[in-house]
Write a protein that binds this ligand. Structure first.
Ligand SMILES: Nc1nc2c(c(=O)[nH]1)N[C@H]1C(S)=C(S)[C@@H](COP(=O)(O)O)O[C@H]1N2
Ligand SMILES: [Mo]
Length: 301
């Protein structure tokens, strides 16, 4: 099996054809904004071992607000209304702000970012996300020195989200990061995938994505970002504290209490193809390992 280093945001070996195409129409790779760029989902070839297909990315999901089955989010989120949509940034800031999703998307240009998502369940996908660094959004407020952590809150709307009528998790879905993790350039606000607006099942209109952490750290459909003094308790920590810690960095050497994290299955490759070895920090260690220097990552799982 071909082995990629997943640390490059736009690996040439994966997107060579596309880069040529982009060059030919006169745009640099780093800064294609959704608003100025025509959507084209099928203008490039797809090698199965490279990118996960649009079909798989949008029909095999975890999004418990819409049900716990993998196809539930695809089936149950079709009518979900993402307009109007506001995101509030509050807490340890000088003045809180509320921006609409449209404002955020037009204010902060999205670029294509190919990152692998590694779910704690032991599977992964390579996804051509559209998005921008979370730090750019956080910099819209003036953050006080007292802020040490960031808490994300997903939308609470049991009328539209059937899953929230059951106590599968402590709703709304909450996640958290240390502030330096949140400010890291790889911490992403996702606005789309495959150069199209983000499908509902993947967390429209805005979701977070942390390439070096298990997928559940990447809260979908966020409505609130709160700067806080103390380490927040995420929904997963609350539901099962011995299984899910605050950090949840991808780490092949630390097993989940009920299964190993040493290998993963790439979605779409068929059940006969071998699992690949999971890499520390999901393969992004060169970029993020310094955030954890001196920390015992077995204790801080
Ligand atoms: N609000 C919310 N965000 C969520 C989840 C969820 O159930 N609710 N599931 C998480 C999990 S476990 C994973 S693996 C990823 C899946 O993202 P994807 O469906 O876009 O692949 O979303 C994460 N974000
Ligand atoms: Mo997950």
């Amino acid at each position: 099996m071909k082995k990629y280093k997943y640390s490059e945001i736009t690996p040439e070996q994966i997107y060579n054809k596309r880069r040529k195409f982009i060059k030919s129409i006169g745009l640099g790779v780093g800064s294609i904004s959704l608003s100025t760029f025509p959507f084209f989902g099928k203008a490039y070839s797809q090698n199965k071992t490279d990118l996960t297909t649009y079909q798989d990315i949008t029909t095999y999901n975890n999004y418990y607000e819409f049900g716990t089955g993998k196809r539930d989010p695809f089936k149950n989120s079709k009518e979900f209304k993402t307009k109007p949509w506001n995101v509030t940034i509050e807490g340890e800031v000088d003045s809180p702000i509320t921006l609409s999703a449209e404002e955020i998307i037009s204010l902060l240009p999205s670029e294509e970012r190919i990152y692998k998502l590694r779910c704690v369940e032991g599977w992964s996908m390579v996804i051509p996300w559209m998005g921008f660094s979370l730090s750019k959004l956080l910099n819209k407020v003036s953050i006080r020195n007292s802020a040490k952590f960031v808490e994300f809150e997903s939308v609470y709307d049991p009328e539209q989200m059937k899953g929230q009528r059951y106590p599968v998790l402590n709703w709304p879905y909450r996640e958290g990061l240390r502030i330096d993790e949140a400010m890291h350039p790889l911490a992403t606000v996702v606005t789309g995938l495959y150069r199209k607006p983000l499908p509902n099942q993947n967390g429209a209109p805005l979701r977070i994505f942390l390439p070096w952490k298990y997928g559940f750290k990447s809260a979908k459909a966020i409505v609130k970002i709160k700067l806080v003094k103390k380490m927040p308790t995420s929904s997963w920590m609350r539901s099962s504290p011995n299984e899910y810690g605050f950090y949840s960095n991808v780490n092949p050497n630390v097993s989940h209490p009920r299964w190993s994290q040493a290998t993963e299955r790439i979605i779409g490759e068929g059940i006969l193809s071998p699992r690949i070895e999971t890499e520390m920090f999901n393969g992004y260690g060169d970029e993020v390992a310094n955030l954890y220097s001196g920390m015992d990552l077995k204790k801080n799982f």
